[in-house]
Design a protein around this ligand. Structure first.
Ligand SMILES: Cc1cc2nc3c(=O)[nH]c(=O)nc-3n(C[C@H](O)[C@H](O)[C@H](O)COP(=O)(O)OP(=O)(O)OC[C@H]3O[C@@H](n4cnc5c(N)ncnc54)[C@H](O)[C@@H]3O)c2cc1C
Length: 442
């Protein structure tokens, strides 16, 4: 167990109780916050994690699909990988489905509450303290350089009124981490960049449905899921039925009701029983620029969704959240304990190279650009037609099932350009459609 670091020399000047002073306060006990806490505590930082929910993993807002790449950065115990998936079937209204499959498993459906509780246990074993039912309300930097962080009562996190938002207590730290998701209160409080573009997602966990345990089923239908898709996926012994699309352009729960029929050829959903409903938002505007400050207003860094580190097209944010948490844990330890000037800035500069994050996020941004330009099911059918060709299927197969994220480089753009080049009519139509929409929006 690492020894807690020595307290800053000027602590007594604040008149604070030394029990309430940490090296780092992390807001959010999810993928980014817990991976940060684990690494930072292992390096010897005194870490406090604040979580608004009553327990770690008690409110799940994600489907929990993990790319196999997650295993490069976290040795997730097999008991939390419920289904191993190697087949994807995609369909649009009135067209033949396309299917890609591989021998090796590419995705895992995670038991998210179990995995987060396990991550919390790892962070605690390394010396981090986790306080649940503790919503972050705001922070200011005091004259002595410490961050004064206000924590609300548990009722404040349940949407209580102004009275219940009164701070219940203050704690102090030398550094503040915002790992509090797509709508970050830390970003707001610290005047850092905030996400502005989102997809809305909703998912039902349902029982009484028979489904292949190794296949994801996707339907691209502009009316049900503008800008994304509807999915049916194995979830242990039950099934997840979900939808995501542009916020305010559709009603997720209404789409889910209709979606029961669009999978009629792969599963009988007529007797399904909904046992859990979840929903959330996915940031799609790309990596935010101003995610760090160290000045009189504050000393704070954003991670994971709070920093816009989420795949803008697929909504895959767990892998970037884990990488950002782990690497920032190293950087903040160096800056706070070793006094290494610029360690956090170097982390921000080098993040794009870590696990090819830069290429991965760029490719996702690019696909998001295309998806955002699909204005009708006719546009969707055109895109789908492109990937339904033998060359298109090979590109899909390579991209989704065979190429690890670390090998996704600029040659991917070349592959897609070649594919488009072989279909000049589609290329031309896609280009004209995109142009029409850009001009219409200008
Ligand atoms: C419907 C849906 C499905 C998704 N499916 C997938 C998927 O299959 N695979 C994938 O890779 N990604 C998926 N994503 C995206 C993925 O869930 C996120 O990218 C990922 O969870 C980001 O992790 P994070 O730690 O940055 O933030 P989050 O997981 O959002 O965690 C933020 C934490 O901060 C806490 N918090 C927030 N505000 C406060 C506060 N004021 N005080 C204290 N605590 C606070 C929250 O309670 C939460 O625990 C999905 C997202 C949605 C909405």
């Amino acid at each position: 167990m690492p020894a807690p670091s020595s307290q800053p020399a000027d602590v007594s000047a604040s008149g604070n109780d030394s029990h309430d002073i940490y090296d780092v306060i992390v807001v959010g006990a999810s993928f980014a916050g817990l991976s940060f806490a684990s690494v930072a505590a292992a390096r010897g930082l005194r870490v406090l994690v604040l979580e608004r929910d009553a327990e770690v993993g008690s409110v799940v807002r994600t489907t929990g699909v993990l790319f196999s790449d997650v295993l490069d950065v976290l040795d997730v115990p097999a008991r939390y990988l419920m289904n191993s998936v190697r087949r994807v079937r995609i369909q649009t209204p009135d067209q033949k489905p396309i299917e890609i499959a591989a021998k090796a498993f590419r995705f895992y459906m995670a038991d998210v509450p179990g995995m987060l509780r396990w991550m919390a246990g790892e962070a605690t074993a390394r010396g981090a303290t986790i306080r649940c039912g503790s919503p972050f309300l705001g922070a200011v930097r005091s004259a002595d350089g410490l961050m004064r962080v206000s924590i609300g009562s548990p009722s404040a996190s349940e949407g209580g009124g102004a009275a219940s938002r009164a701070p219940a207590s203050d704690v102090y730290a030398r550094f503040l981490i915002g790992a509090d998701g797509a709508k970050s209160t830390v970003a707001q409080s610290m005047g850092l960049d905030q996400n502005t573009h989102f997809l809305a997602g909703a998912e039902w966990l349902v029982e009484n449905v028979e489904l292949s345990r190794e296949t994801f089923y996707l339907v691209m239908d502009h009316k049900l899921a503008p800008g994304y898709c509807v999915w049916l996926a194995p979830h242990g012994d039950i099934v997840a039925l979900g939808v995501a699309g542009h916020m305010r352009e559709f009603k997720p729960s209404a789409s889910l009701k209709v979606a029961q029929t669009v999978f009629a050829d792969v599963a009988d959903l007529s007797n399904m029983r909904v046992i859990e409903r979840k929903g959330g938002i996915i940031p799609t505007g790309g990596r935010l620029r101003k995610v760090y400050r160290d000045d009189e207003r504050g000393r704070a860094l954003l991670l994971g969704d709070a920093a816009g580190l989420c795949g803008a097209a697929t909504g895959g944010g767990i892998y970037p959240a884990l990488i950002s948490g782990r690497l920032a844990g190293q950087a903040v330890s160096n800056e706070v304990l070793n006094g290494t000037k610029g360690a956090v800035k170097n982390y921000l500069r080098d993040f794009a190279q870590a696990g090819r994050m830069g290429h991965y996020l760029q490719i996702e941004d690019w696909i998001r650009w295309v998806l955002d330009r699909m204005g009708s099911n006719a546009d969707v059918a055109m895109l789908y037609g492109l990937f339904g060709s033998p060359e298109g299927l090979r590109v899909l197969q390579q991209t989704l099932l065979e190429t690890p994220i670390i090998s996704m480089d600029s040659s991917f753009f070349g592959v897609v350009r070649n594919l488009l080049g072989k279909h000049p009519s589609i290329y031309g139509a896609a280009f004209r459609t995109a142009l029409r929409r850009v001009v219409a929006r200008a």
